[in-house]
Design a protein around this ligand. Structure first.
Ligand code: NAD
Length: 295
């Protein structure tokens, strides 16, 4: 068991840190928000009064923060006070460029680093069933894997520095596009007089089959656990989907890749978000698609 510092105790980081405590690690935690620090204390972590204080004596440091600028800011503060050779893992979803900069910063200070964004949402964070997509050197990944296994059930080494973030945004671009496609198919079926259940029964066992249909079905009924049956409460909020589609577009621009449907999906979610739906589950996009017919 290791001395682990955990910085960023929000909706994801809080339960992830709690799972490390449950697994027997000695966790020292920090967040800017007092209520998050108190919750971590209740969960059994020791609380530090800054990021730099949290990492003193740590063998492994984990960050779970909103965006690239937060990660680079925190890493800039803590790397100089960490013991050389400490493993540092960022689990936030951030842009590929910032992830690569963070790795370079860690190398400059003599640390091993891994980018390890997650999929599985807050349910996966609580249940320790997250999927981790990792980027970094083989040795750093090998050291990170047993720690990540306390918070997730699938740990994938995707490649060199930044490859975890690349995998995350490519996956979520598929998800954002496919949810719009499934929403359009149900909206068309409604106009054609085809029932939701009939379309589901056919498409879920035919070539239209995909996660957006079979797990997060955007109409109530066919998949009882999908957010559509719970007034489109997230789940995975539209604002987070927009964030990931925007990261995908940033990456596509800087890498010179053409992603016409990714670009269109980003524009559609941007409109949905800007009309007050940022907190609605992203499968609620079906209502936006229906509304377009009236325009
Ligand atoms: P969150 O906003 O709930 O938590 C982020 C935490 O970071 C906050 O508690 C904030 O106070 C803290 N923080 C910010 N700057 C800090 C600093 N300088 N020092 C210490 N703490 C600081 O966000 P979240 O939902 O936990 O998501 C975290 C990351 O995981 C994001 O990058 C998000 O895109 C990604 N993610 C979220 C989900 C999800 O379903 N919520 C799923 C997959 C990935």
């Amino acid at each position: 068991m290791a001395n682990v510092a955990f910085i960023g105790l929000g909706n994801m980081g809080g339960p992830m840190a709690a799972n490390l405590v449950k697994a027997g690690h000695k966790v020292t935690a920090f967040d800017l928000v007092a209520t998050s620090r108190e919750q971590a204390k209740t969960d059994g972590a020791a609380i530090a009064d800054s990021g730099a204080a949290a990492v003193k004596g740590a063998e492994v440091v984990i960050t779970m923060l909103p965006a690239g600028k937060h990660v680079l800011g925190v890493w800039t503060d803590i790397l100089p006070v960490m013991a050389k050779g400490t493993l540092i893992i960022d689990c936030s979803t951030i842009d590929v460029e910032s992830a690569k900069q963070a790795h370079a910063l860690a190398a400059k200070h003599g640390m091993a680093s891994v980018d390890a964004p997650v999929s599985g949402g807050t349910g996966g964070a609580k249940g320790a069933t997250l999927t981790f997509m990792c980027g970094g050197a083989d040795k750093a990944f090998a050291a990170a894997k047993p720690v990540l296994e306390n918070m997730g059930k699938k740990i994938v080494h995707c490649g060199a520095a930044g490859a975890g973030q690349a995998a995350k945004i490519c996956n979520n671009m598929i998800l954002g596009i496919s949810m719009i496609a499934v929403g359009e198919a149900f909206a068309l079926a409604e106009k054609l007089g085809l029932s939701h259940q009939a379309l589901f029964d056919v498409a879920s066992t035919s070539s239209g089959q995909c996660w957006s249909l079979t797990t997060y079905c955007p109409v109530p009924g066919p998949v009882p656990t999908s957010p559509a049956n719970n007034d489109y409460k997230p789940g995975f909020a539209t604002s987070l989907m927009l964030k990931d589609l925007t990261l995908a577009q940033d990456a596509a621009r800087s890498a010179g890749a053409a992603t016409p449907l990714g670009q269109h999906a980003q524009e559609i979610y941007k409109t949905f978000d800007a009309t007050g739906h940022g907190g609605v589950d992203f499968s609620g996009i079906i209502q936006h698609v229906r509304d377009l017919a009236g325009k």
